[in-house]
Design a protein around this ligand. Structure first.
Ligand SMILES: CC(C)(COP(=O)(O)OP(=O)(O)OC[C@H]1O[C@@H](n2cnc3c(N)ncnc32)[C@H](O)[C@@H]1OP(=O)(O)O)[C@@H](O)C(=O)NCCC(=O)NCCS
Length: 174
């Protein structure tokens, strides 16, 4: 696995963010909130949002002091509030090196330690085999497959729901 670290976003990430995120091969696998084309204006707006929460729930992925992706965990609301949705993307030159599998593992531990949630889920498109493999390798379980619920770029897509639950507390030694 290639070495990387997760850390908060800063405005200094803007150039790398736009360079790598402005890629149809990434955008086609994301929800429409992820812009295409990915402009400086969109990048600045994203970093503003990503630097707002404390503790941060959206982190940058850094390889050799370059920003090459992002991963976020988004707590939900109302009766869904013990759940959080995870999303992530990686710059295309870094695909297939095990980075996202490990980033998911780290983000799960970080989120259960810092957020009052019981379940983290992700919803890859049916065709996104790389994302599904990364989730499975990081311990997520396929909970549901919904047919043609997503509509992306003029086509219906299957929605796969993967999730991981907060581990039970270790038994007290007393
Ligand atoms: C999907 C994505 C996040 C995977 O990140 P990654 O760091 O390349 O994934 P990993 O290297 O950890 O790979 C995990 C597993 O999936 C496999 N895999 C990765 N891409 C694959 C692909 N396109 N097809 C088949 N298998 C793939 C890897 O081989 C690995 O399995 P292995 O260890 O058994 O060989 C990355 O390709 C990406 O950013 N894609 C565009 C955005 C996106 O899809 N975001 C997720 C939305 S749900």
């Amino acid at each position: 696995m290639m070495k990387f670290k997760l850390r908060p976003w800063t405005l200094e990430d803007l150039d790398s963010l736009v360079r790598y995120a402005d890629n149809f091969n990434i955008a086609r696998n994301m929800s429409d909130i992820f812009p295409h084309p990915y402009t400086y204006e969109k990048g600045r707006a994203f970093i503003e949002i990503a630097t707002k929460s404390d503790p941060p729930n959206i982190l940058a992925i850094e390889v050799e002091s370059e920003t090459v992706g992002g991963i976020g965990v988004h707590p939900q609301h109302d009766i869904y509030r013990k759940n959080a949705e995870m999303g992530y993307w990686l710059a295309e030159p870094f695909w297939g090196k095990g980075i996202i599998t490990e980033a998911i593992r780290l983000m799960v531990d970080y989120s259960f330690a810092n957020l009052d949630i019981a379940r983290i889920y992700a919803r890859p498109f049916g065709h996104n085999i790389g994302s599904q493999r990364a989730l499975e390798k990081a311990g997520f379980v396929l909970e549901a497959k919904l047919e043609n619920t997503f509509y992306k770029n003029g086509k219906y897509q299957d929605e796969l729901i993967y999730a991981i639950r907060r581990p039970a507390e270790a038994e007290s030694q007393v």
